[in-house]
Design a protein around this ligand. Structure first.
Ligand code: ADP
Ligand code: MG
Length: 720
């Protein structure tokens, strides 16, 4: 298909036994009609569109332009200036083709005339045009006027054949949308199809209530969708996009808040009584003063625990900010009230470490149980029996606690550390299983992956968020250095001096995309190389995911107690490990890690009072990798880095929102649409406050649109 006729003819498909799409008054089913029903879509084109991800009319309408080209600078032929790009309109006087002798290029030359003059328009290697273009045709041409083989010609970049009427061209005139396209599905094809759908777009129903549109001065959906695809001006396109972005974010926020309402209203949670002796003894016994942020977090959580509305809170704080103490306090509060508390950790190592901390700080006050895959069948049976009877008040564990055979006598609190490591469904299943007498446990999620507020509002939009800013004072920021290959020896020399001072060292190996066994092999080889070479004098050991849990625990214990100097590890070390005497982190192949992960790794050091170092051994740096590494050199503030990460990568990759049960964003970009997100959040809260559960008929379309947005595979999130 080359140019096309204007005006476009709507409907009347060749393959169509049903009424043509565009002649229907609006029927929601229109959106699910296959694109093959459109006139210009042959079965072959339909197959290409499907392969490209566009199957239905609705898919195409939601395939929004990436940007626009402003072709409004139409010129009379006489006014063309050399070297300038412009659009002209004219009539075909003559068509001919030539082939250059030397380089064998086909050149189509068309003499085009308007009221002011004539110019020769040229195309390269598009010989088929001689069959398409004919004397007397009216053309619109986008191109550049320039000297070419000694003559002045108009080198064509885009063209279209105009019809009888005076409408604007679709591809070469006015504001032209540029769609994400492919080799098989050109932007031109998409534009032509979208034009055909204009009458459908103009009748699209609006999920947002009319009152809201008026109050917020928003254009209706039909107008906005039309203007995004077929804008007359760039300003119009921008306004339309704003409205659609707001709508998208609003549907998401309403969905998340509905979910939260549903969760919090369906069941009650045990309201804990005032803190008593145990909680006080715990706080008094801490070897340090809590920071003001920790205290503030405790206050917020304490208030939640005293209510009978189930707590659904996210506690986020940078690595080393001291979240664990807060969690322990809550567990103890729960135990003290005669209920049970679970601390869930993503790895065995971390669970073991938590269990140890519990034993040290809480142990004398309330005995705790550790449940991981490392237990023997018999140990497990006995441990589960103590949980079911209520004898165990505090339990620390891994995924081993998430299986169906785990029962609690009276679960009051679930704390999920590094929550993004667990599937939402897994967590919810545990919560549901633990419900008893209509009471659900309080849930506290923790994450050391600092999440920009915008992302927290989307991915965790159904949670309240508490942030522990900063890290306990007395810590010095970690000194971070990029070490390239020539500096490697100097780097090792520096590290040897640290070891001589009694400090300990982590070495993290890359191969992050590899299988566990390859990662393990890489780490083992690296440990051998270091032991044989640079760290000959030191005590080197290795941990990786393939070790038996008991062996891994033994290595970790030895490292913690200072029996080892250098710990070589796969990236599993990233999560939560706490060894204050470790002051050097070496990351091999740093360019292969993501920003958040590097920040986590760096967070493993700088936990004591000694100065700490992070050496990023990086090979040739490409653009994005370089940007990541430089961001790390600039700041140690996880929240700043998270914002950077969002900028560099976009939200889709940052958190894996799909896993979190939130629909993908089609149009909105969190890094850019922050203001819109906050507005959507506020509007959503207002709507649900006025009409909890969206029961009012005015909100029928909104309710349907929200459920649709969260539908399909994520339907469980909103199940009634
Ligand atoms: P994270 O938030 O990364 O889980 P942790 O809870 O593991 O951090 O705390 C990191 C280290 O800081 C631990 O050794 C912990 O005992 C210590 N810590 C926690 N709170 C304080 C504080 N207020 N003052 C000094 N050290 C603290
Ligand atoms: Mg932690």
């Amino acid at each position: 298909m080359t140019g096309q006729q204007l005006p476009l003819r709507f409907g009347g498909g060749r393959y169509d036994r049903r009424p043509p799409v565009t002649r229907l008054s609006f029927d929601p089913a229109t959106l699910s009609r296959p694109l093959a029903d459109l006139e210009r879509v042959t079965p072959r084109v339909a197959r290409r569109l499907t392969a490209f991800g566009l199957t239905t009319v609705g898919d195409l309408i939601e395939h929004f332009p990436r940007r626009y080209e402003d072709f409004r600078d139409r010129k009379a032929i006489r006014d063309l200036k050399l070297g300038e790009e412009a659009t002209i309109r004219g009539e075909v006087v003559r068509v001919r083709a030539e082939r250059t002798a030397r380089r064998r290029v086909d050149i189509v030359k068309v003499l085009v005339r308007d009221d002011t003059g004539a110019v020769e328009a040229v195309w390269f290697n598009q010989k088929y045009l001689t069959r398409v273009l004919d004397e007397g045709m009216r053309l619109s041409l986008r191109g550049t006027f320039r000297p070419q083989s000694g003559r002045q010609q108009f080198v064509v970049k885009g063209h279209e054949i105009l019809g009888e009427e005076d409408g604007e061209g679709v591809h070469t005139e006015g504001v032209v949308p540029v769609y994400p396209a492919s080799e098989q599905v050109s932007a031109k094809l998409l534009r032509a199809l979208v034009h055909e759908l204009a009458p459908v777009m103009r009748r699209l129903p609006d999920p947002l209530p009319a009152g809201l549109l008026t109050r917020e001065r928003l254009p209706g959906r039909a107008d906005a969708v039309t203007a995004v695809h077929l804008p007359r001006t760039l300003a119009e396109a921008r306004l339309a996009r704003e409205r659609l972005v707001l709508e998208e974010l609003l549907l998401m926020q309403v969905g998340l808040l509905l979910h939260k309402q549903e969760q919090q209203q369906r069941v009650r949670a045990p309201a804990l009584p005032e803190p008593a002796a145990l909680a006080q003894a715990f706080l008094d016994g801490l070897p340090f003063e809590l920071t003001s942020h920790q205290l503030a977090a405790l206050d917020e959580i304490e208030a939640d625990l005293r209510r009978d509305v189930p707590m659904r809170r996210l506690l986020q704080g940078d690595v080393g900010s001291g979240k664990t103490v807060v969690a322990l306090y809550c567990l103890l509060r729960t135990a003290e009230a005669g209920l049970q508390g679970v601390l869930l950790a993503p790895t065995e190592t971390l669970a073991a470490q938590h269990a140890e901390t519990v034993a040290r700080l809480v142990g004398p006050l309330a005995p705790a149980e550790l449940v991981t895959a490392a237990l023997t069948a018999r140990e497990r049976r006995e441990a589960l029996a103590r949980l079911a009877s209520g004898e165990t008040r505090i339990v620390v564990g891994t995924h081993a606690l998430l299986t169906g055979d785990v029962r609690f006598a009276a679960l009051g609190l679930l704390v999920v550390d590094e929550q993004h490591r667990f599937g939402v469904e897994q967590r919810d299943a545990l919560v549901r299983r633990a419900e008893h007498d209509g009471l659900a446990p309080h849930v506290l999620h923790m994450t050391a992956t600092p999440i920009p507020r915008t992302l927290a509002l989307t991915v965790f939009g159904d949670l309240d968020v508490t942030t522990i800013a900063g890290v306990p004072s007395g810590r010095q920021p970690v000194v971070t250095r990029l070490v390239d290959e020539e500096m490697r020896e100097t780097g090792y020399e520096f590290v040897r001096k640290q070891i001589a001072k009694g400090r300990q060292v982590y070495v993290v190996c890359p191969a992050i995309d590899e299988s566990e066994s390859i990662q393990a092999a890489t780490a083992v080889a690296e440990a051998e190389r270091l032991q044989a070479g640079p760290f000959r004098e030191a005590r080197v050991a290795v941990v990786h995911g393939q070790l038996k849990p008991a062996d891994r625990d033994e290595v970790m214990r030895a490292f913690k107690s200072g029996e080892l100097d250098v710990l070589v590890a796969t990236s599993l070390i990233e999560v939560g490990i706490d060894v204050p005497n470790a002051t050097v982190m070496i990351v091999e192949g740093a360019e292969r890690f993501g920003l958040a992960q590097l920040h986590q790794l760096r967070g493993r050091v700088g936990r004591g009072s000694e100065k700490s170092y992070c050496l990023l051994f990086a090979a040739a740096e490409t653009g994005a990798a370089r940007a990541r590494l430089e961001a790390l050199l600039e700041t140690t503030d996880g929240f700043e880095l998270a914002d950077k990460d969002l900028e560099i990568r976009g939200e889709g990759q940052v958190m894996g929102s799909r896993q979190a049960g939130v629909p993908d964003l089609k149009l909105a970009r969190l890094a850019r649409d922050r203001a819109a997100l906050l507005r959507a959040r506020a509007l959503a809260a207002g709507i649900l406050e006025a009409d909890p559960g969206l029961r009012s008929p005015v909100h029928g379309p909104l309710d349907a649109a929200v459920r649709d947005a969260f539908g399909g595979e994520l339907g469980w999130l909103l199940k009634a």
